[in-house]
Design a binder for this molecule. Structure first.
Ligand code: C2E
Ligand code: MG
Ligand code: MG
Length: 643
């Protein structure tokens, strides 16, 4: 125990005080024991506190370490994930950037007002101008902006409602002055708060596709050659005009125009000349007519005109005459005048019909009549015409049927050699016995067959029937002379003739020289050299050729010279007037020409002894006609062959 009033630790002093002891005075045994037990209790308590403290400290630090480790782990994970994502983002951005720069397409952005705020390189390249000149402008403000109403409306509507839009195509003028078409698609952009901030999208140049589709639309509605509306547009327009006339109780006239002599222009001067005729005719028709009149080209050399408003037949006839005069003016082609004329048929709404389709048929039928009655004229549709057209259709059907059902037959007319009087040839002439109407003249149904595309079939039938008949006669011990067969122009331009000839000869076991083909001057002129090769091939088979109806056509000397023909048949219009002076000199000339070209001269339609005598005196080689023998059915003709 230390000395002094303040000696000893305050704790000790306090304990001593509580026990009623003093530092300076020694305690009694009881006090000492109390003191010692108190001190040891204090120590024990302090130890306990320290232990608890240390224990909780250890626990806390353990927890801290675990937490720390977890956090560290979490952080590592996050870091690697961020790195991964960053790399992916970088790659995808790179990919996008290279795609955007590689493709001709571009990316754009615009603000809430539709002004361009960003354009990728593609747009700049397409436009050929720096981005700066484009940025800040609306598409509608760009040079040469054009867009069809429907698309524009779709775009405006989408923008107003902040909706996406797709494939909005518009035109724009680019740096080099040319017009390009671009297609843009866009989506609205919203910020984090959901407020609209503009659009973002892609653009692509669709100029080629747009121009091609425009061209197609144009071609679908207009005739490329003349620039006139075409058949499709005419049909639409006619429906519109009919509907309008129906509502307003109006009238209108429909004119059908077909050119006469167009085919000859094509044949003689080539297709370029034909095209020029069509172009000029189209322009003249357009010029002659009012703005409100509708002119279209239906195809080939067919035009059609709609004359709306109040129209009288007299007024329509005047309009028709005016068009005819315009068409008939010579057309200059490479310094050469070309001549065509027109035939016009007119049908009236509502007098003739109130149906578009009927009106077209009626105008067509009237035009056909104008052609038949000598061309270069205007004809109105009449009820009688309807009956005629209906009859034509029925006839066509009947003719088609007769190829298989029978009704067609060949008659044979002899050709006589004037010096010897023997039969030097026979001409096969086709006959058609109509089931109700009886015999139809060949001039009528051959024309029908030509017009309705049946002539090749008819020609094939005649060829086969003639060859079969020759075979039959031969098999019956008769010796028929060479048989002449008439050809139509269409047969010469079709590929079928040569094959048909080979088949018929082969099928019936005949040689080519058993057949002679008669070509009229008209046929020769129309083929204009195109069939030269075909005729030479036929000639090589041994087939003979004759020029029919000579004197009625316009064949030139060079044409006749080129033709590999062995006979020239002088038309019966001259022979029939023999021995009149002028007929005599024409016939004499024809015979001299035949001989000059190394052909035999044959006179057609000899009906009298005087004619025959004149022909003999003119040194004509052969003759054919009622006087020498009428066309007869095969069986009756066989009697001729026997005698
Ligand atoms: P075409 O080739 O000139 O035939 C001669 C025509 O004159 C025949 O008329 C014949 O019957 C007729 N005829 C013969 N002798 C006389 C006569 O002395 N006086 C008169 N007035 N006429 C006579 P058809 O049979 O009516 O034939 C008319 C035309 O039809 C033929 O004229 C020919 O161009 C054409 N034709 C006839 N058969 C065929 C054929 O199988 N195919 C083709 N494409 N045309 C044919
Ligand atoms: Mg003939
Ligand atoms: Mg003839």
């Amino acid at each position: 125990m230390s000395e002094g009033a303040e000696a000893g630790h305050p704790l000790l002093r306090r304990q001593l005080r509580r026990l009623g002891l003093q530092l300076q005075a020694s305690p009694d045994l009881q006090g000492w024991q109390a003191f010692v037990s108190r001190v040891s209790r204090a120590y024990a308590e302090a130890d306990q506190d320290r232990y608890l403290m240390e224990r909780s400290q250890a626990l806390a630090s353990e927890e801290m370490a675990t937490l720390n480790q977890a956090l560290r782990h979490e952080r590592d994970l996050l870091e690697s994930r961020v790195a991964e994502r960053t790399e992916a983002l970088r790659r995808s951005e790179g990919r996008l950037a290279s795609l955007v720069s590689l493709s001709s397409d571009w990316v754009w952005e615009q603000d809430t007002q539709g002004r361009l705020t960003y354009l990728s390189e593609g747009a700049v390249l397409t436009a050929g101008m720096p981005a700066a000149t484009l940025l800040g402008r609306r598409a509608q403000e760009l040079d040469g902006f054009e867009c069809d109403d429907q698309t524009a409306q779709r775009y405006m509507q989408a923008c107003a409602q902040h909706q996406p839009f797709r494939d909005v195509v518009h035109g724009v003028r680019i740096a080099d002055g040319s017009l390009r078409f671009v297609s843009i698609s866009g989506e609205p952009v919203f910020d984090a708060e959901g407020a609209f901030v503009g659009y973002r999208g892609v653009g692509t140049d669709v100029t080629a596709a747009t121009l091609a589709s425009r061209q197609l639309t144009l071609m679908a509605r207009f005739d490329v050659l003349t620039g006139l509306p075409n058949r499709a547009q005419f049909i639409e327009e006619l429906d519109r005009v009919v509907a309008r006339a129906r509502r307003a109780e109006g009238q209108f006239g429909l004119c059908f125009i077909d050119l006469d002599g167009f085919k000859q222009v094509n044949d003689l001067h080539g297709h370029a000349a034909g095209d020029e005729v069509l172009r000029v005719t189209a322009a003249r028709l357009r010029e002659e007519l009012r703005q409100s009149d509708f002119v279209a080209r239906l195809g080939g050399d067919e035009f059609v005109v709609l004359l709306p408003g109040k129209v009288t037949p007299a007024g329509l006839a005047r309009a028709g005459e005016k068009m005819l005069r315009a068409i008939a003016q010579p057309i200059d082609f490479e310094g050469q005048p070309l001549h065509v004329q027109g035939s016009i048929g007119i049908a009236l709404y509502p007098e003739d019909s109130t149906e578009a389709r009927h009106l077209v048929e009626q105008a067509d039928a009237a035009m056909y009549l104008a052609k038949q009655e000598g061309k270069n004229q205007v004809r109105f549709y009449t009820g009688a015409l309807a009956r005629n057209v209906a009859r034509q259709f029925a006839m066509e059907l009947d003719l088609r049927r007769s190829f298989s059902a029978g009704g067609l037959e060949l008659h044979f007319q002899p050709r006589i050699e004037l010096t010897s009087g023997r039969m030097s040839g026979v001409e096969a002439l086709v006959r058609w016995e109509h089931p109700e109407r009886g015999p139809v003249p060949p001039a009528e149904f051959v024309l029908l067959a030509e017009e309705r595309g049946l002539i090749v079939q008819l020609g094939r039938w005649v060829l086969d029937a003639a060859c079969r008949q020759i075979r039959r006669w031969r098999d019956a011990g008769l010796r028929p002379p060479r048989c002449a067969i008439n050809l139509s122009a269409h047969q010469l331009v079709s590929d079928a003739l040569f094959d048909d000839m080979c088949h018929a000869l082969e099928r019936h076991g005949l040689e080519g020289s058993a057949i002679e083909l008669e070509l009229t001057e008209a046929v020769i002129t129309a083929q204009h050299g195109r069939a030269d090769a075909l005729l030479l091939r036929l000639r090589a088979l041994g087939v003979h050729m004759a020029i029919d109806d000579f004197g009625t056509g316009t064949s030139s000397l060079s044409m006749l010279h080129r033709l590999p023909a062995q006979a020239l048949k002088v038309d019966r219009s001259f022979v029939g007037r023999l021995p009149e002076d002028d007929a005599l000199s024409v016939t004499r000339g024809a015979i001299a020409l035949a001989h000059g070209l190394g052909m035999r001269a044959v006179a057609e339609g000899v009906e009298s002894a005087a004619q025959l005598q004149a022909l003999k005196e003119l040194s004509c080689d052969e003759a054919q006609g009622y006087l020498l023998g009428r066309p007869l059915p095969a069986d009756a003709f066989a009697a001729h062959l026997r005698s």
